[in-house]
Design a binder for this molecule. Structure first.
Ligand code: NI
Length: 272
């Protein structure tokens, strides 16, 4: 059952959630809470959900892609290195902010069947699980976020390079420029320094053909997104989740005699 999401201002989001006992974990009531969390998350654009967000003050979180259910999670930082990324939250609609989190964490928890889980997560999943465990402790990311220090967009001269950096959200436009007219096979690489999801990719001028697209070496075809045989690639409403450090490579066939290609990449911020 899809449940309403508790929004900022709701006292349930400020409470310390209680642990689930091993006796109650297999009960239909707790299993139903987990099922409801999955259905509710799937109905949103989010990639993580904590039980308090569906008004259940229990220590259960789910992290998507791939879907992982964590009961009574304990997250321990394994490095002092931290990463800054742009976060959003289903309980705080319409807002994003910059948050610093540990890069690598150990995640200990129980599965929904009560089996022990002990994993090391880095980058994107590490960020999401730290955000979700904060929810269990009554902390919203907005308390940790810096809303003023959003990195500036790349300067125009920086956009001329073949390796532009994609920022937080919205439509990003990159100009792939050449000194003299060129045609034929070309490629461009976009490096992501923030988590997000790509929902579409379009190359201009018309006539350019995307022949292959890959994310950090894995063909998007293998990830279930049809590789473009056209000048645009729509990645569906779910989009393609990218983590900091990921590289999107687009191989394309450029119309001859063109000096300039414009790649438009639609990126939505990560919402958890
Ligand atoms: Ni959240």
């Amino acid at each position: 059952m899809i449940r309403p999401i508790a929004l900022i201002g709701d006292p349930v989001l400020l409470q310390m959630a209680r642990e689930v006992t091993s006796e109650e974990l297999p009960t239909p009531e707790i299993q139903a809470v987990i099922d409801d969390m999955i259905s509710t998350l799937k109905s949103t654009t989010g990639v993580g959900l904590a039980a308090p967000q569906i008004s259940e003050s229990l220590r259960i979180v789910i992290v998507d892609k791939p879907l992982t259910i964590l009961v009574n999670p304990v997250v321990t930082p394994l490095t002092t290195t931290t990463d800054t990324s742009i976060e959003g939250c289903l309980s705080v609609p319409g807002v994003t902010g910059q948050v610093r989190r540990h890069q690598t964490v150990r995640v200990e928890a129980l599965s929904r069947k009560g089996k022990p889980i002990d994993m090391v997560w880095t980058a994107f999943r590490a960020i999401v699980v730290q955000h979700e465990v904060d929810h269990l402790n009554g902390i919203l990311y907005v308390e940790r976020a810096d809303f003023t220090d959003i990195p500036p967009p790349p300067r125009p001269e920086a956009q001329k390079r073949l390796q532009p950096v994609i920022g937080s959200s919205g439509k990003k436009t990159f100009v792939i420029d050449s000194e003299k007219p060129v045609g034929g096979a070309r490629h461009a690489t976009f490096r992501f320094d923030l988590p997000g999801r790509i929902v579409g990719l379009r190359i201009q001028p018309g006539g350019a053909l995307i022949t292959r697209a890959s994310l950090s070496g894995m063909s998007l075809k293998k990830k279930g997104y049809p590789a473009g045989t056209a000048e645009q690639m729509i990645l569906g409403s779910e989009g393609l989740v990218v983590s900091p450090g990921d590289e999107l490579r687009i191989d394309l066939r450029m119309p001859s005699g063109k000096r300039r290609l414009v790649a438009e990449v639609d990126v939505n911020p990560l919402t958890t």
